[in-house]
Every structure is written in structure tokens, then in C-alpha cells.
Design a protein around this ligand. Structure first.
Ligand code: F3S
Length: 283
């Protein structure tokens, strides 16, 4: 059986960097209590392993305010300024694992806000990354995530607008929503801040799925980017499986396949991908 593993499967650069930073801190500071602001990634296995190693999760600013010592690690999604302020005033050591691509958006919106622009973030308003960006763009910000919100957008006193995007937003949808807003004839500066990692992973998965008999997509049940990968692969290959770990896979189902493809969502650790790969190959 031929097995093709996507080169872009698994952690993107920003997530890998964030997870590595947590393990680094565990090694470097064995006597200090380590916290992450929110789960470091959407993966139960990794979060469980970190918990066993003594890393705890802080879920809100209120909880953070209660901490008086330790290390707080900021995950790749980034956070608003208030989180840094609370951590600093409580003398916590901050390890900032915000993805550099997200940090770049923070800088853009802060600068544009100071220049007097209204900021539009194209993205999902409930997503922590968008909430973090909003914390840097200030009150004069609108989050637009769908067609209706784009059509309903208006400004009483028109001023310059700067549009940015959540890094993981779908490019075609971003373009479509920007088109709707552009028709309103405001003075608009559009900055496409979508990260290529997602696009590249999806494009590669699509290509592989179109050329194999069976396709395996590995990732957390709640991971939206894994769900999207599954959707894309299912369209190309009717025999597509969505699994979290090897245990979810009945390898016998691959019996009639001579070529199997494997991809994985952004929060799937390498060892899970390798485990699936090795077992499928042996089978
Ligand atoms: Fe960063 Fe892109 Fe990943 S923004 S966290 S490298 S998806």
C-alpha cells in the first residue's frame, strides 16, 4: 500500500513555536509554577500531557488577577493589552508565544487606530485571536464575519477605514466581504493578513485527496480547521476518515485501498501523525 503524508500536516509554525515554548519553560524553570493563558492548542492529548507536567490553564482575566507569582505563557492567538498589564502588575514572568503574524496585526491596528482610522476585522468575533486584535484596535472597531454584517455596516461620520483579517479566515470569503464593504464608497485600506499556512495545508490536502483511494484526516473533534480539511477532502475522495488518534481508525476499512493519503489539522502533534502513518504503512 502506498501512503502519502501531507508535508503541511500538523502544527503550523506559530503553534509549534508556542508548544515548544511551554516544554522549554518546564525544563528551564522546574521550581516555578507555569500557566498558559487559555489552552495552548486545541488538542486534548497535548493539553493533558502538559497538565501532567504541572502546567495549569488560566481561563480569564479574573483568574489572572488572582495570580501573584509564576510564569504565564501567552499562546499563539495573542491577547489584548490588558492581559499584559495584569501580568506585569502582578510581577508574573511573561513568556510571549503570540505568533509573529498575529503580532504584526496588533501593530497594524494599533498604528491605524492612532492615525484615526476605523478598524474592521474580518473574522469570527468569538475567536480568541479576534478578541485579542480588538484589544489593540480600540473601541472604534467593527468585526465582520458574514455577508449580512458586511451589508449592514455603515458609519455615521465617515472616516478612513483599515480592514484586516483573522489569520485563519477563508480567503474567498474575505475577498467577498471586502467587495461588499468597498461598494459603500468609504476610504478603505485593505490589508490581507490571512496566514498562508492554512491555505497551503488545505490546497495540499485537496490535491492528495483527489489522487488516493482513501484519505485520513487527523485532528481534534472541535478543531475548526480540521473539520474544514475533512470537508475539502470528502469532496475529492468519498472514502475520507476523520480521526483524533489511531484508536479511532479501523484499519480493515483500508483493505481495498492501494493508495492512502494522510493529512492533519494545525493542532495535531507530529507523534500522532507518525503513529497513524506507521500503522497504515504496516497494514
Ligand atoms: Fe501563526 Fe499562521 Fe499558525 S498565523 S499560528 S503560523 S496559522
Amino acid at each position: 500500500m502506498e501512503v502519502i503524508v501531507a508535508e503541511t500536516a500538523g502544527f503550523c509554525f506559530g503553534v509549534k513555536r508556542a508548544v515548544d515554548k511551554v516544554y522549554e519553560q518546564i525544563k528551564e524553570s522546574p521550581n516555578e509554577k507555569i500557566y498558559t493563558y487559555g489552552p495552548i492548542i486545541h488538542n486534548e492529548e497535548v493539553v493533558g500531557d502538559l497538565e501532567k507536567k504541572g502546567v495549569s490553564i488560566i481561563n480569564s482575566k479574573e483568574e489572572l488577577k488572582m495570580l501573584k507569582k509564576g510564569i504565564i505563557i501567552i499562546r499563539s492567538h495573542g491577547v489584548d493589552k490588558e492581559v499584559y498589564d495584569i501580568a506585569n502588575s502582578n510581577n508574573l514572568k511573561i513568556v510571549d508565544a503570540t505568533c509573529p503574524f498575529v503580532l504584526k496585526i496588533h501593530k497594524i491596528v494599533e498604528k491605524e487606530k492612532n492615525n484615526g482610522s476605523h478598524i474592521i476585522i474580518i473574522g469570527n468575533s468569538n475567536h480568541p485571536e479576534v478578541q485579542g486584535i480588538k484589544g489593540w484596535s480600540g473601541e472604534d472597531t467593527t468585526v465582520i464575519g458574514n455577508e449580512e454584517e458586511a451589508r449592514n455596516f455603515s458609519m455615521e461620520k465617515p472616516k478612513k477605514i483599515c480592514i484586516v483579517s483573522q489569520t485563519t479566515f477563508n480567503y474567498n470569503k474575505f475577498k467577498y466581504l471586502v467587495e461588499i464593504i468597498s461598494k459603500k464608497r468609504y476610504d478603505i485600506n485593505v490589508l490581507d493578513t490571512i496566514c498562508n499556512a492554512t491555505h497551503e495545508r488545505q490546497a495540499e490536502a485537496k490535491k492528495i485527496a483527489a489522487n488516493v483511494d482513501s484519505m485520513i484526516v487527523i485532528g481534534g473533534k472541535n478543531s475548526s480547521n480540521t473539520q474544514k480539511l475533512y470537508e475539502i477532502c470528502s469532496k475529492e475522495c468519498s472514502s475520507t476518515y476523520y480521526i483524533q488518534t489511531l484508536e479511532d481508525m479501523n484499519l480493515c476499512e483500508l483493505q481495498s485501498s492501494s493508495c492512502v493519503g494522510i493529512t492533519a489539522g494545525a493542532s495535531t502533534p507530529n507523534y500522532i501523525i507518525e503513529e497513524v502513518h506507521n500503522n497504515v504503512r504496516k497494514f
